[in-house]
Write a protein that binds this ligand. Structure first.
Ligand code: IVH
Length: 664
C-alpha cells in the first residue's frame, strides 16, 4: 500500500491531466499543436511518476492509462441497444431523385432539407460514455451485436477518455487511416517482410481487431464521429447534432453542409467526386440525411436501413487496361520484382503505366498473363495495383510469364530462399543491385543527395567511376561533366551535394547503407543507442537486440552486414572522405561503468530515462527502476520524489545529471 497522497500532489495530478487532455485535443482533434512534444512528454512523465508514487492518485481514465495491460485472449461481444444499420445506396442523379420522392411522399413535404456528410471509408464503431467517462466501444458486427474493442479504441488519442460534460450517451463514427499513413505503414511492413494491407480500410480494420492494444497503439488510427446510438439528448437536427459533438471536443469532419432538394444534393456529390482526391483520407461517397431529427424518427427504418438517409456512392476508381508486358526490377537487396507494363490509364487523377506484381505467388494467385486485360486501381489512392484478370476478354494469345532463372543484369542464377516470397539474385556485385544501392543511399530520406536519381546513378555506375557508395565522395566535377547528358553546372552541383551529405547524422548514413530490415526507424534507434558507427560495428547480436524494438531479425542482419567482405572497404572509403560516423544527440562515451547499478529518478534535461539507461548498459553498467542497498548511484533529475529519500536512507550515492554526464 502506498502512502496516502498530500493534497498538493492530488492537485498537481489533476492539473496535469487537465492540461494533457487539452493538449491532446488540440493536437489530435484540431490539428493545432499547443505545446512542443518535449514539454508534453515531460508532463506525461511527471504524471506517471506521481501516480506511481501515490497509488491513491491512480485513475483508469488518466491519460497515462490509454494502453491497457495484457493482450486479450479473445474478443467479447457487445449488444447494440440501438441497432447499427447500413445505408441504401444511390449511384446516380435518378437514384437521388427517387430517394427524395419517397421522403417527400412519406412526409407530405414539398421540399426537404438534407444534411450532406462525407462518407469516410473506414470501419464503423460505437463509443459508450457513462457520466462523461468512455466506458466501452465496439465494432458494428452484424448490426445488432459487435465486438468489444474498447482496449484498442482507448489508444486513439482523438477519443477523449472523459468528456467535458457529465453525459451518458452512445456516439458513432468511422475509424480510418490517412492515405499517407497507410503508404508509410505498408512501406514499413514491406521492409519487415510482413503481409501488405490492400487499402487503408483493411489496415484500419486489421488494427482494430488486434488482441494486444500495444499493437493497435502503434497504428495511425483516426476517427470521425457522425451520429448517435442510445442517448437522451434533445436536439432538433443533424447539423445541430454535429456542432454539438464538436462542442464536446469529439472529432467531427468539417466538410458538411445543408442542401435543399435533390439538385443541390447532387451538385454537392459531384463537387466532392473530384475534390476528394485532395483529402488526406479516402471517402467512398456522400451520406445524405434528412436534417430534421423529428422527421427522421417519423420516417423510421426498414429492417436493413433507415428511410431517412442514403449513401451516394462514387464508382470505385477501378479501370480495365492491358498488360503489355511484364518486366523485372532488381532491388538493392537482390529481390527480383515483376512489374506489369500497362496500357496507360487515368486513375485517381494521374496516368498509371506500371504496377508492381510483387512476386511469382501474386501472379499465380491472380492468374495474370502477358496480354491479359486486367482491372487496376490505386490502393489508398496512391499505389497502382492489379485487382483481377478479366478472363472473358482472353483471346488465347496471352503469354504465360515465368520468373527469370538468371538475373537479367548479371546473369547469375536466381534463387527463392525458403520462407520467402521473393526470388533473388545473390550476387553481391550484380550491377543492377549496385545501382539501386546508390539510388537508395542518395534518396531523400537517406543521405539526401540532390541530383543523384536513378538515371544519373546508372550513368555514374556505367562510367566505371563508381562501384559503391564510398566512391561517390571521390568524384570530381570534371569526371561527372564527361558523362552523357550531364551539363557542367549540374556536375558541379552534384559534387557539392555529395560533399554536403558528409555532415548527415549517423541515422541517415545507417539507413542509406541499405542493411536488410534496417528502415528509418531501426536506423534511428541504433544510432541513438550506439552513438558511432564503430561502436555499432563491434556490437554482437545479443547487444543489438537489447535495444527496445530491435528484434533478432534486424540484429542478425546488422551483424551479417558488418561481417560481409564488401562492407569494410566501403566504410573505409567513407571514413577517409570525412563522412560523419556519429549521431550528434548522444554524448561521446569514454569511461567504463562495468558492474555499476544506476537508478534514475526525476526528469533529466539531456535524455529520457530510457536513453540514459541505454547509455549505462552500453558501458557495461546496469539500470534498474527500484532502489536497494545494491544500487551504486541514484541520478536525481528535476523532482526526484520518493526515490531520493530512499536513497538517502540506504546511503546510496546521489549524483546530479551533470555528474552523470561526466561519468559517461
Ligand atoms: S450514417 C443509420 N454517416 O457508411 C445511418 N455513415 O453503409 C448510419 N459511414 O456503416 C450511418 N461515413 O460505417 C453515416 N458520415 C457518415 C458516414 C457513414 C461513413 C459508413 C458507416 C456505415 C456505412 C453505411
Amino acid at each position: 500500500m502506498g502512502r496516502s497522497e498530500p493534497e498538493e500532489a492530488r492537485k498537481r495530478a489533476e492539473s496535469l491531466r487537465r492540461a494533457i487532455n487539452e493538449y491532446n485535443y488540440y493536437y489530435h482533434v484540431l490539428d493545432q499543436p499547443k505545446v512542443d512534444d518535449w514539454k508534453f512528454d515531460q508532463m506525461m512523465h511527471e504524471l506517471e511518476r506521481l501516480e506511481e508514487e501515490y497509488p491513491g492518485l491512480q485513475d483508469p481514465d488518466s491519460p497515462t492509462r490509454r494502453i491497457g495491460g495484457e493482450p486479450l485472449e479473445s474478443f467479447e461481444t457487445l449488444d447494440h441497444r440501438v441497432p447499427m444499420l447500413g445505408l441504401d445506396n444511390a449511384f446516380n442523379e435518378e437514384d437521388l431523385i427517387g430517394f427524395d420522392n419517397r421522403v417527400r411522399k412519406l412526409s407530405g413535404l414539398d421540399c426537404v432539407e438534407y444534411f450532406c456528410e462525407l462518407k469516410i471509408d473506414g470501419l464503423a464503431v460505437s463509443l459508450q460514455y457513462e457520466e462523461g467517462i468512455f466506458k466501452r466501444g465496439s465494432t458494428r458486427g452484424d448490426g445488432y451485436t459487435g465486438e468489444d474493442i474498447t482496449h484498442n479504441l482507448r489508444t486513439i488519442r482523438q477519443i477523449p477518455l472523459k468528456l467535458p460534460e457529465n453525459l451518458t450517451l452512445e456516439v458513432r463514427g468511422e475509424v480510418y487511416i490517412n492515405k499517407k499513413d497507410f503508404e508509410r505503414l505498408n512501406r514499413y511492413r514491406e521492409e519487415q517482410g510482413l503481409m501488405l494491407f490492400a487499402n487503408p480500410r483493411n489496415a484500419a480494420a486489421g488494427s482494430l481487431r488486434q488482441l494486444d492494444p500495444r499493437l493497435a497503439a502503434k497504428r495511425p488510427l483516426k476517427l470521425f464521429l457522425y451520429g448517435l446510438g442510445d442517448h437522451s439528448l434533445e436536439l432538433s437536427c443533424q447539423s445541430e447534432l454535429l456542432d454539438y459533438l464538436e462542442k464536446l471536443q469529439l472529432p467531427v469532419n468539417p466538410n458538411r453542409t445543408i442542401c435543399r432538394g435533390p439538385e443541390e444534393v447532387y451538385e454537392y456529390c459531384r463537387r466532392w467526386q473530384t475534390e476528394k482526391l485532395e483529402l488526406p483520407y479516402e471517402i467512398d461517397g456522400i451520406v445524405i440525411k434528412v436534417n430534421d431529427l423529428a422527421l427522421q424518427k417519423e420516417l423510421g427504418n426498414t429492417a436493413r436501413s433507415p428511410r431517412w438517409a442514403i449513401a451516394y456512392k462514387y464508382p470505385p476508381e477501378e479501370k480495365p487496361t492491358r498488360v503489355l508486358d511484364i518486366e523485372v526490377n532488381i532491388g538493392r537487396t537482390g529481390a527480383i520484382t515483376p512489374v506489369a507494363l500497362l496500357e496507360p490509364v487515368t486513375l485517381s487523377g494521374t496516368t498509371v503505366k506500371r504496377a508492381s506484381l510483387h512476386n511469382e505467388d501474386f501472379i499465380a494467385e491472380k492468374g495474370i498473363k502477358i496480354g491479359d486485360t486486367v482491372i487496376v486501381h490505386k490502393a489508398g489512392e496512391i499505389i497502382p495495383e492489379v485487382l483481377k484478370v478479366m478472363e472473358d476478354r482472353r483471346t488465347g494469345r496471352e503469354k504465360e510469364f515465368k520468373m527469370p532463372g538468371h538475373c537479367p543484369s548479371c546473369n547469375s542464377e536466381t534463387v527463392r530462399l525458403s520462407g520467402e516470397a521473393a526470388m533473388r539474385c545473390l550476387n553481391p556485385s550484380c550491377p543492377a543491385q549496385l545501382v539501386e544501392k546508390l539510388v537508395h543511399f542518395s534518396s531523400r530520406r537517406a543521405m539526401d543527395i540532390e541530383g543523384l536519381g536513378p538515371a544519373v546513378a546508372e550513368a555514374v555506375f556505367n562510367s566505371g567511376l563508381v562501384r559503391d557508395v564510398g566512391d561517390l565522395y571521390y568524384l570530381t566535377a570534371e569526371e561527372l561533366a564527361g558523362l552523357p547528358r550531364m551539363a557542367e553546372k549540374s556536375a558541379g552541383n552534384l559534387v557539392e551535394a555529395i560533399a554536403g551529405s558528409r555532415e548527415n547524422p549517423l541515422r541517415r548514413l545507417l539507413f542509406g547503407l541499405g542493411i536488410r530490415f534496417v528502415g528509418e526507424k531501426a536506423a534511428r534507434l541504433l544510432a541513438a543507442r550506439f552513438g558511432t558507427l564503430d561502436r555499432l560495428r563491434e556490437a554482437e547480436e545479443e547487444e543489438l537486440t537489447r535495444v527496445e524494438e530491435i528484434g533478432p531479425k534486424i540484429g542478425e542482419a546488422v551483424v551479417q552486414f558488418f561481417n560481409t567482405a564488401e562492407t569494410g572497404p566501403v566504410l573505409e572509403k567513407l571514413r577517409k572522405a570525412g563522412v560523419n560516423f556519429e549521431e550528434p544527440t548522444v554524448e561521446a562515451i569514454s569511461e567504463d561503468l562495468a558492474g555499476k547499478t544506476f537508478v534514475f529518478s526525476g526528469a533529466l534535461d539531456s535524455f529520457t530515462r530510457d536513453e540514459a539507461a541505454a547509455l549505462v548498459e552500453e558501458k557495461g553498467g546496469r539500470a534498474s527502476s527500484s532502489i536497494s542497498r545494491k544500487t551504486d548511484y541514484l541520478v536525481a533529475g528535476e523532482d526526484p520524489g520518493s526515490k531520493l529519500e530512499k536513497a538517502r536512507r540506504l546511503d546510496v550515492r546521489v549524483i546530479d545529471e551533470e555528474e552523470f554526464k561526466k561519468m559517461l
